[in-house]
Design a protein around this ligand. Structure first.
Ligand code: C2O
Ligand code: CU
Ligand code: CU
Length: 478
């Protein structure tokens, strides 16, 4: 049986001496969150308000709410329909989804569907904000691959705070197929949104972007619950894992050392399953894996951990194997057709250097740039032609000790990783992606076809504080 040490979360200073006592002791509770005590919540699947032959229509209200994240404490959040995370939207390939978003918050907001092939006017450009009290209908054609997408705030200079306060939710783009049937499905197909948060002594969300380096949290939330526990049957499960942290990277592994069977990345199935002992997951990235709990005796406890040096290190959540089950699923050897895009087809190569400049302030801060420039919504930084194939080189160049990971994300299109530091991409990267880790000093080449729509899109770092200040470039598809 896998044995796990129960570890108490320790807060700062004197609070570190307190252990979890009673929910009424608010300070102690906020600083000493119990691990593996709260059951894993699954975000509710949103029901359409109405449907017709080609589309489903949803309504979401962005509003402030008080919700129990830490046991016994009410925390003020900003949520889609007041929930943290937001409700899950399930979409079908080829069927249109229309989501009308009403902003009932006190600040302007704008919603982006991460990973979606979306018309420019619905994509959530950072200056296309909706004023408090107003609404906007976003039409999603769902023409992309079946994959685990997510929607989140994208407001210029405040998406970090807005996402931190809770404005993020899953958007599962699904498609029926034999492969989907053979894999664990229904209640055994579970989305996991991992986020880190810091709480004030009275249990409220504390946003400190650390002079634009990125906010990091001391409490790990999965689907909005601290270090939750999920009771599982001794059978296979499919997990769709999203790192929705603002800036912290993860490296996931199981405490039992069971190898991870990866089946999908950002933009859907890998060509074939990839077996690894640990898997990296940077902000914005998704990975799907199948875990077979039938190898454990009933009563086993398996901890999902993160072991990222310079990122999140420690437990994430726990799986308790509580009942027997019949294994009626399998992991097919081939998951999807995958046609590599050949470099010789590219009409152009563009280079983007991700770096930083110090700001004149005391203490000095930092502003993040791409090719030496800060985001300007009126300046076009790249203008690929619709239909063209291009190679984009992403280079992470540190500056005066400002060396940080940059998770690079493209809107509208997905890409294939061609090379990582002149060599083969990581095994987890051998599929269609929309977000890629560029660590300090690294150089990654990706190739993409600019299909979909003409219009105004983005390339940016998905460390949301870097994105806000100002590591973002405007991409116009012409
Ligand atoms: Cu997940 Cu431009 O964002
Ligand atoms: Cu996106
Ligand atoms: Cu960055």
């Amino acid at each position: 049986m896998a044995q796990v040490d129960r570890r108490q979360f320790l807060g700062r200073g004197a609070a570190a001496l307190l252990s979890f006592t009673s929910p009424l002791d608010r300070d102690a509770a906020a600083h000493s969150v119990p691990e593996f005590r709260v059951p894993l919540p699954i975000p509710r699947v949103l029901q359409p308000e109405r449907s017709d032959s080609s589309a489903d229509y949803y309504r979401i209200v962005q509003r402030e709410a008080f919700t129990e994240i830490l046991p016994g404490i009410r925390t003020r959040i900003w949520g889609y329909n007041g929930s943290f995370p937001g409700p899950t939207i399930e979409a079908r390939r080829g069927r249109t989804t229309v989501v009308t978003q009403t902003n009932q918050l006190g600040v302007p907001t704008v919603v982006h569907l991460h990973g979606g092939v979306t018309r420019s006017e619905f994509d959530g450009f950072p200056t296309d904000t909706v004023a408090p009290g107003d609404s906007r209908a976003h039409q999603y054609d769902n023409s992309g691959r079946a994959a685990t997408l997510w929607y989140h705030d994208h407001s210029w200079r405040s998406s970090g705070l807005n996402q931190y306060m809770g404005l993020a939710g899953f958007y599962l783009l699904k498609e029926d197929s034999d492969i989907e049937e053979r894999l664990p499905h229904g209640q055994y197909d579970v989305p996991l949104m991992i986020q880190d948060r810091t709480f004030t002594s009275d249990g409220q969300l504390e946003y400190d972007h650390q002079r634009h380096h990125g906010v990091t949290g001391r409490v790990v939330l999965v689907n909005g619950a601290p270090w939750p526990v999920m009771e599982v049957a001794a059978r296979r499960y499919r997990f769709r894992i999203l790192n929705a942290s603002n800036s912290n990277a993860l490296r996931l592994a199981l405490s039992s050392h069971q190898p991870l069977v990866l089946i999908a990345t950002d933009q859907g199935f890998l060509p074939k399953p990839v077996v690894v002992s640990t898997v990296g997951l940077v902000p914005g990235e998704r990975i799907e894996l199948v875990v077979d709990f039938s190898v454990y005796p009933i009563g086993s406890q398996i901890v999902l951990q993160s072991r990222r040096a310079g990122g999140l290190a420690g437990p994430v959540m726990r799986f308790d194997v509580v009942r027997a089950a019949r294994g009626d699923t399998s992991v097919p050897d081939r998951l999807t057709e995958f046609e590599p895009l050949r470099r010789s087809l590219a009409t152009r190569t563009r280079t983007f250097v991700f770096s930083a400049k110090p700001t004149v302030a005391a203490p000095p801060g930092v502003r993040w740039d791409i090719n030496g420039q800060f985001f300007d919504p009126l300046r076009v930084d790249a203008d690929p032609r619709l239909g063209d194939i291009e190679v984009w080189r992403f280079i992470n160049r540190g500056f005066l000790g400002q060396t940080m990971l940059h998770p690079v994300h493209t809107h509208l299109v997905s890409f294939q990783v061609l090379t990582r530091n002149g060599r083969e991409p990581l095994r987890q990267e051998r599929g269609w992606k929309d977000t890629v880790a560029i660590d300090d000093g690294e150089e990654v080449e990706v190739i993409m076809r600019w299909s979909g729509y003409r219009g105004r899109y983005l390339l940016h770092c998905h460390n949301v504080e870097h994105e806000d200040h100002s590591m973002m470039a405007r991409v116009d598809v012409v």
